[in-house]
Write a new protein. Structure first.
Length: 164
């Protein structure tokens, strides 16, 4: 179910989004639900509220439940593998990197990923920078988990892109 009141995510634009996405505005948002559990509220921000892979953008995930960082990393790599082939060596390296980036989360915690114009991913936890990955292929595949045409959640993607 799409969240249609865009003001919910725009009341106060987080600093990490303001600092990394010029003229940032909400593109779309939705609650990701697994079976009947709300997992996180995802909000996509892009310049002037228009998502374009050539521009910087930010994906903010506000968690609604406790999850282990290692499980978040494993689910991310599994989703990346579903999109297109990924060598075992590359998958192992990226998994290790994500395990070092993603902390255990609790209800109310926020993970924000920023994709820069030059293809770097920058990650924030509750507004504090955690780490970055300077790899355009990683950045594309990581954000395609939610935003790519091959996503496992096409309705969720449409909501994030403001198409639903």
């Amino acid at each position: 179910m799409a969240v249609t009141d865009k003001s919910m995510a725009q009341d106060t634009l987080p600093e990490e989004i303001q600092d990394n996405v010029p003229n940032a505005a909400l593109v779309g948002e939705d609650m990701f639900t697994y079976y009947f559990w709300d997992v996180y509220l995802a909000s996509l921000y892009a310049p002037n509220g228009r998502y374009n892979t050539e521009d910087a953008f930010a994906l903010r995930l506000k968690y609604q439940r406790d999850l282990e960082g290692k499980k978040i990393a494993q689910r991310s790599i599994d989703e990346m593998k579903k999109q297109s082939s990924l060598s075992q060596e590359q998958a192992k390296a990226w998994l290790s990197k994500m395990e070092s980036i993603f902390p255990d989360v609790s209800d109310g915690d926020v993970l924000t990923g920023v994709a820069t114009k030059n293809g770097t991913s920058v990650f924030y936890f509750n507004g504090e920078k955690v780490d970055s990955v300077e790899d355009a292929d990683f950045t594309t595949r990581f954000f395609n988990i939610w935003l790519g045409e091959s996503t496992s959640e096409p309705k969720f993607r449409k909501a994030l892109l403001g198409e639903s």
